[in-house]
Design a protein around this ligand. Structure first.
Ligand SMILES: Cc1cc2nc3c(=O)[nH]c(=O)nc-3n(C[C@H](O)[C@H](O)[C@H](O)COP(=O)(O)OP(=O)(O)OC[C@H]3O[C@@H](n4cnc5c(N)ncnc54)[C@H](O)[C@@H]3O)c2cc1C
Length: 447
C-alpha cells in the first residue's frame, strides 16, 4: 500500500503523517528548494506564508475548537504549533522558523515517508494520490488539474501578506507593550497615532502606488486577508474599526486610548522580528517603506520582508469532491488544503488530516468515520462538498456552518462555548475509532 502526496505544506504534511502512522508508505513530493512559489521563501516544509498566528486558541471561537479537535485526534501540525508557540494573548502564534523546522524533522524522520524533492507536473496516472499543492500550485500542475477536472472547475482569488520589521528598529519611546484590555501577557507592541498623524497616514496610504498584479480587482480579494490600502479606501475611519482599532489599548503616557493603534506581533521565539498585524499589502516596496514609516514608532523601521500579493487558485469543490475531499469522478484522487476552498492555516491542516485519515482507512478496509456537521472538522468537509451552496467561496471555519443548538443560551460567548462542548463530546466518542490502526503511540496523542 502506497500513497503519493503532492506538496509538503500544512495540508500535505498532515495528510502524509496520518497515513504514515497508520502503516502506509507515503511518497511526499515537494518542489522546494529547486522551485518556489512567489510566497514561499524557506526550504522547510509547512511554511507559514504571512502571519505567524494560527488565530484564536479559545473554545468560544470556531478556529479554537478546530484546533482542540485536531489536538485530541493526534494532528502533527497542532503538536508542532503547541511546541513552538510564542505568547500572543488568546491566540496560538508560533515561532515561524522553529515550527516549520519541527514539522520538517518529524516528517523526514518518519520511516514510512519518503520525500522526493521535485516538482510534479502531471497527476500520477496510477495509484492513490492526495494533491495538496496549495493556493499557489505550480503552473504545470495547475494546468493538469484544470484539464482533469474540465472547464470552470478551477477558480481564483487574490491574497496578500504583511511586512516584517526588526524589533531593534522600532522606536519604543513612541510605543508600548500590551494586549488589548490588558488580557493575558503584554504580547503586542502598540504604535499609537494621533488624529493628525492618522489623517496624514490615511491620505498617503490611499494614494500610494500599488504594484501591478495582473487581473486584480478589489472585489476578488478574500475579506479576511484584504490589503490594508483596499480597506483604507472604503472610508476615512474604516481602519480605526479594523486593524487600527484603539479599543482597550490605553497609552501609558497619556492614560487615554489613542486615535488609532497599529499593533505589531512577535514573529519569532527570540522576539527579534515583528509583523504588522493586518497590514497585508500590495503597495510597491519603496511605497511600503515610505507610507508605513509615517507611523511614528516605525519612523526608522528596518523592513526584513515586504508585503506581497498573490493570485490563489482553488477548486469549485461542491459536486467535485465528497465530504472527505475525494474526487467523486475518480476516487483514487483526493485534494487537501487551501485549494479545496477551506481558508487558513488550521483549516488547511484539518482537511489534510481528514483526507489522510480517510484515505488510510479505505486502503486498510476500514469504514469511513462520520465526522458530523456538529464537529468543526466535519463541518468544513461538508461545506466544501455542499452542492446547495451558491457562489462557492473559500471559507474560514465558523460556527455558522454548524447546526444551531436545540436550546436557547444567553450571550454569544456562552452559546459558542456550548457549541464547542457539544463537538468535543462527539470527538471524544470518535477518538478510539479514529486512532484505530495507528502504529506508533507518539507523544502528540497525550493530553
Ligand atoms: C500570500 C499568502 C498569505 C497567506 N496568509 C495567511 C495567513 O496569514 N493566515 C492564514 O491562516 N492563512 C493564510 N494564507 C492561506 C493559507 O492558509 C495558506 O496558503 C496555507 O499555507 C495553505 O496550506 P496548504 O497546505 O494548502 O498549501 P501550502 O502551505 O502553500 O503548501 C503547498 C506546498 O506545495 C508545494 N507545491 C506547489 N506546487 C507543487 C508541485 N507542482 N509539485 C510539488 N510541490 C508543489 C509548495 O512549494 C508548498 O510547499 C495565505 C496564503 C497566501 C498565498
Amino acid at each position: 500500500m502506497q500513497v503519493s502526496v503532492i506538496g509538503a505544506g500544512l495540508a500535505g504534511c498532515e495528510a502524509a503523517w496520518q497515513l504514515a502512522r497508520r502503516g502506509i508508505a507515503v511518497t511526499l513530493y515537494e518542489m522546494k528548494p529547486a522551485k518556489r512559489t512567489p510566497a514561499h521563501h524557506s526550504d522547510d516544509f509547512a511554511e507559514l506564508c504571512c502571519s505567524n498566528s494560527l488565530r484564536s486558541d479559545q473554545l468560544e471561537n470556531a478556529v479554537g475548537l478546530l484546533k482542540e479537535e485536531l489536538r485530541r485526534l493526534g494532528s502533527l501540525i497542532l503538536a508542532c504549533a503547541d511546541e513552538t508557540r510564542v505568547e500572543a494573548g488568546g491566540a496560538l502564534a508560533v515561532d515561524r522558523h522553529g515550527f516549520s523546522r519541527l514539522v520538517t524533522e518529524r516528517v523526514r524522520s518518519h520511516p514510512n515517508i519518503t520525500v522526493i524533492e521535485s516538482e510534479v507536473t502531471s497527476i500520477p496516472a496510477e495509484g492513490t494520490v492526495i494533491i495538496a499543492s496549495g493556493p499557489l500550485t505550480s503552473d504545470a500542475l495547475s494546468a493538469a488539474i484544470a484539464e482533469k477536472l474540465g472547464d470552470g472547475h478551477t477558480l481564483n482569488f487574490y491574497d496578500a501578506a504583511a511586512p516584517l520589521v526588526t524589533y531593534e528598529s522600532v522606536d519604543m519611546s513612541s510605543a508600548w507593550f500590551a494586549s488589548r484590555y490588558d488580557k493575558g501577557t503584554a504580547d503586542y507592541i502598540n504604535c499609537p497615532l494621533t488624529a493628525e498623524e492618522y489623517d496624514a497616514f490615511w491620505h498617503a496610504l490611499t494614494t500610494a502606488e500599488e504594484a501591478p498584479v495582473h487581473g486584480f480587482e478589489d472585489k476578488h480579494v478574500f475579506e479576511g486577508c484584504m490589503p490594508v490600502e483596499v480597506m483604507a479606501r472604503r472610508g476615512h475611519d474604516t481602519l480605526c474599526y479594523g486593524p487600527l482599532k484603539p479599543r482597550g489599548l490605553k497609552d501609558p503616557k497619556t492614560g487615554h486610548e489613542p486615535y488609532a493603534v497599529v499593533q505589531l506581533r512577535r514573529d519569532n521565539a527570540e522576539g527579534s522580528i515583528y509583523n504588522l498585524v493586518g497590514f497585508q499589502t500590495h503597495l510597491r516596496f519603496p511605497e511600503q517603506k515610505r507610507v508605513f514609516s509615517m507611523i511614528p514608532a516605525l519612523a526608522n523601521a528596518e523592513f526584513v520582508r515586504y508585503g506581497v500579493m498573490h493570485r490563489n487558485t482553488y477548486l469549485n469543490s461542491p459536486g467535485l469532491l465528497d465530504r472527505y475531499y475525494r474526487l467523486i469522478a475518480d476516487d483514487r484522487i483526493s485534494f487537501a488544503g487551501q485549494m479545496t476552498g477551506v481558508e487558513g492555516y488550521v483549516e488547511s491542516a484539518a482537511s489534510g488530516f481528514l483526507a489522510g485519515v480517510e484515505t488510510a482507512r479505505r486502503l486498510l478496509g476500514q469504514a469511513p468515520i462520520d465526522f458530523p456537521r456538529e464537529t468543526a472538522i466535519g463541518a468544513l468537509g461538508l461545506y466544501v462538498s455542499d452542492t446547495t451552496v451558491a457562489n462557492f467561496q473559500p471559507m474560514n471555519v465558523n460556527f455558522g456552518i454548524m447546526p444551531p443548538l436545540g436550546c436557547r443560551i444567553k450571550g454569544k460567548r456562552n452559546k459558542n462555548a456550548e457549541l464547542s462542548r457539544r463537538s468535543l463530546e462527539i470527538i471524544d466518542s470518535l477518538r478510539e475509532s479514529v486512532l484505530d490502526g495507528v502504529k506508533e503511540e507518539s507523544h502528540e496523542d497525550h493530553h
